[in-house]
Design a protein around this ligand. Structure first.
Ligand code: NAD
Length: 297
């Protein structure tokens, strides 16, 4: 193995420690950040994610309000809950776990969250601000990936970055963040021709697809930095295994850095969610972002 591992779990622990310090600072000013999480239905994986988010919030001193709604909840009842949370001063962040059941219009739900309480950065106003490089709420997963890249202290300027996947929650905002870092950015997706040849030119690869082990050794340039966002459940010898979009066993011998799954981007996403909650809390109370969190950027 030649690649160094970017340990997302370790980095997330460091970020959470800083968030915890920032929360204590806010508490001294009588500000108590609160995060509301809403899950609809009982998808096992989503349920675990949301519970972890609530648990991590409590660990850093953020108050957690958790709502579990039945699969058949009416859209109007979900919107009513969001409206109540919008008006509740104890709540600084509202997270609705996606995907939602098909009878619910996800866009309408996301847009109903007060932009000042949007901690995912998916609201059109915040997404637009991110797109034009204005001060905004940056979606948690791309922000986590950026902090992972920064953690290895490499010059990002001028690097050739290829992002695999063009979703609104990962691929597109990731492209914007790397453009802001002066990378030359290419997004490839399900309809891209000769995808392996394009990926092979990348100094930085970000894979956010949802196909187990899609990226093989032959796709990766020697020395590339590889960030694996994918979370895929596969069966290996009758056992469930979590793997990413990168074939880790192959790519570790050619990349210079690689993130593992699990223990890579996943924990960083949660840490960034907590950080975004503190940012929103500070902004909503018209005070500047705690200095120790500013230093993470
Ligand atoms: P999505 O389904 O919204 O988007 C997937 C993208 O992959 C699409 O843009 C599509 O064009 C592209 N794609 C599909 N097939 C392809 C192919 N054969 N070659 C190249 N591109 C292809 O997914 P998403 O929400 O962006 O999530 C992607 C993956 O990341 C999933 O595995 C998801 O579980 C994971 N994820 C992880 C975290 C985390 O915290 N680690 C957060 C969000 C998403």
């Amino acid at each position: 193995m030649t690649a160094k591992i970017i340990d997302g779990k370790l980095l997330a622990t460091k970020v959470k420690a800083q968030v915890s310090i920032a929360v204590s600072e806010l508490n001294k000013k009588n500000i108590f950040p609160g995060l509301a999480t809403i899950i609809v239905g009982n998808d096992a994986a989503s349920s675990i994610y949301v519970k972890n988010k609530g648990k991590s919030a409590k660990e850093v001193g953020i108050e957690s309000f958790q709502y579990e709604l039945p699969e058949n909840v009416l859209e109007k009842d979900l919107l009513e809950l969001i409206n109540k949370l919008n008006l509740n001063n104890a709540v600084d962040g509202i997270l609705v776990q996606l995907p939602l059941p098909i009878h619910i219009n996800s866009n309408q739900v996301i847009d109903s969250i007060d932009p000042s309480k949007d901690v995912d950065g998916f609201n059109v106003l915040n997404a637009g601000k991110t797109f034009i490089g204005r001060d905004s709420v940056i979606p948690c997963t791309p922000l986590g990936c950026l902090l992972m890249l920064r953690s290895i202290n490499i010059e990002l300027r001028g690097k050739n970055a290829v992002i695999i996947g063009r979703s609104n929650i990962v691929g597109k905002p990731m492209a914007q963040l790397l453009l802001n870092e002066d990378c030359t950015v290419t997004i490839v997706h399900s309809k891209t021709n000769n995808i392996n040849k394009i990926v092979k030119k990348a100094d930085i690869i970000i894979a956010a697809v949802g196909i187990a082990n899609l990226v093989k050794e032959s796709w990766v340039k020697k020395g590339a930095i590889v960030i694996d966002v994918g979370i895929n459940r596969i069966q290996v010898e009758d056992k469930n295994k979590l793997v990413g979009d990168i074939n880790f066993d192959e790519v570790k011998d050619i990349a210079s850095y690689v993130t593992p799954v699990p223990g890579g981007v996943g924990p960083m996403t949660i840490a960034c969610l907590l950080m975004n909650t503190v940012f929103q809390s500070a902004k909503r109370n018209s005070i500047s972002i705690p200095d120790n969190l500013k230093k993470l950027f």
